[in-house]
Design a protein around this ligand. Sequence first.
Ligand code: IVH
Length: 680
Amino acid sequence: MTTRSKNSADDPGEARSRHAELVSEIARHDELYYSKQSPVIADVEYDELLRELLELEEAFPVLVSPDSPTQRVSGRPVRSLESVAHRRPMLSLSNTYGREDVMDWFASVTDFLGDSAAEALFNIEPKLDGVALELVYENGVLVRAITRGDGKVGDDVTHTVRTIKDIPDRLSGDAAPSLLEVRGEVVMTHENFQRVNAMRDKAGEERFVNPRNLTSGTLKMLDPRIAATRPLDFMAYGLGETDGFETTGHSDALRALERLGLRTAGDLACRGTLDEVLAHHDALLERRGELPFDVDGSVIKVDDYALQQRLGERSRSPRWAIAFKFPAQTATSVVREIQVQVGRTGALTPKAVIEPTYVGGVTIEHVTLHNKDEIERLGIKVGDRVLLERAGDVIPKILSVTESGEGAPFFMPTRCPSCDTIVIDDPGEVVVRCPNRSCPAVLARRVEHFVSRAALDVDGMGSKLVAQLVEEKVLTSLGDLYALTGEQLMKLPRMGEVSARNVLAGLEVSKTRPFARVLFGLGIRHVGQHVAEVVANHWRDFGALREVKFEQLEDVNEIGPTVAGSLMSWLSDEVEQEQIDRMLDAGLAPAMSSPPATGEGILAGRSFLFTGALEQMSRREANEMVKAAGGRLVSGVSKNLDVLVVGKKPGSKLKKAEALGVEVMEENAFLRLLRPFETS
Ligand code: IVH
């Protein structure tokens, strides 16, 4: 073969024909290997073909085409990801969690279709928990791969997608449609996920939390050579725009895609009556643990395209499909240790350290046990095997002890684990508290909260530094914070001049954060972000607030007697007030909050609520944007809500909003509202 490549390298005509021969030969072996799982040559022979192709392309760079197998692993890094519009929007699915919801959906389909519903067949497939992707094939050649993005515009990830072995660069057969947009999910198998994490461990890098994040991160990498070291799988489940691809329904289309060399969920999918697909759902649920990748439910679709078209779609999801989510995932693990943490208010919180266990899409190593009641309910001890549950993005929970271990029974400590002070364990309260006001653990938590992003947002001050400052007794109260000096900082282990300067700069910048953020940062009981803002809008600095009377506080809408009482007792607490004086003396000068929205601004007169995981901004930023633009925030879905902005995995709020006819928009649409004059 090498001789042949040398010969062809001398003659461009011959090189071109040899190149074509090699490309099709390699594509054939890829197909045999990946799709049919029956290779006919050994790996070394395959590598030899690839090497010959590479040499040929080095000699004749004009021959390098996007579908060349060499482009799979040796593609060049891109500078940035380009945004590309989908020819047809990529919709999402409404979620249901129980059989009744599915029956309701079925009833709505039947209502809509009338008589023709009787013959409707359904298709059921696993709901793969990965990343949605659109592949664009023109005349059988993969020209582009785009992430879902906001459904209308996604990122061009063609360079990393070319490294995915399930995705052919060229469709099989000789009757390729002139345009075929294939949609599907990119996933990573558990095996590959473990392998990538093991490599990370070796390199001393942080592990990925779950295959979905790793998949998404890999697709969006700029350098395909690194992406190639993280094997991904792709399964097709739908179509975008097509030309010359005639199919009558979903299962028909899936079979046609398979014939073109694309992978689908295969046997994990089936077509049948509603009863049949529901039975298949149960079977999938049973097999969930054996599947090589994460599946978080099933997707039920009306099979026939003509019926799908009649059913049409609502704002963001089709009426002809529904996701039937699996219940929260459970797993068992063994308790290694029970630790007790001391919180900002002195509350002692027990936490179980368990054998790392993969459940519900993440590896869990710690589970909170909340309080003494929870410990009592579970009767938990070190060495016990416990049943864990994790649903969606909810924090993991221990449901029960399934097997008792050898450890001694666990009791809440009678002394604070940080300062050894005798704790207060009031039988009428579930919380056990350390009463020591200078307890180092309480102080560290208070400082962490004060400097956190939602509060004073002090750049360069993470929890490690706070722990050092408290441990070395540089900080003995919150009041010391703004009196910190470069000298003090530089005495800390591993703290150089540059880092010390950065910390001081971070502190300096934070001195003028809005008064509301400072109030929130002080951790006054019952004063969360919202209440802090309400208070700061009425009493705009410490001077004014210190003059306030209980009745005046209570007069404010949104401040009840509990909050008012808590603020009054904080105001009369000399230790707390002395700390504030020291911070003010050291230069803390909070900016006055702007007065409440006066009905001006681009969102004036409209109320907003956010739900689901936002991807482009934090919840806090989103709320601030609404307020800055004169809009109002509300806390629940009701007729008074004008707009529900949905991020990833919206829950019941979305359902409720849809039922009430509240306007629903995605994150990008919300951002566009704020920039109406920009064109994209
Ligand atoms: S169909 C209009 N089928 O679920 C129909 N989606 O919320 C749109 N997904 O973004 C999708 N497995 O990433 C469909 N078998 C499947 C799926 C599936 C996973 C994901 C997909 C989509 C999300 C919908």
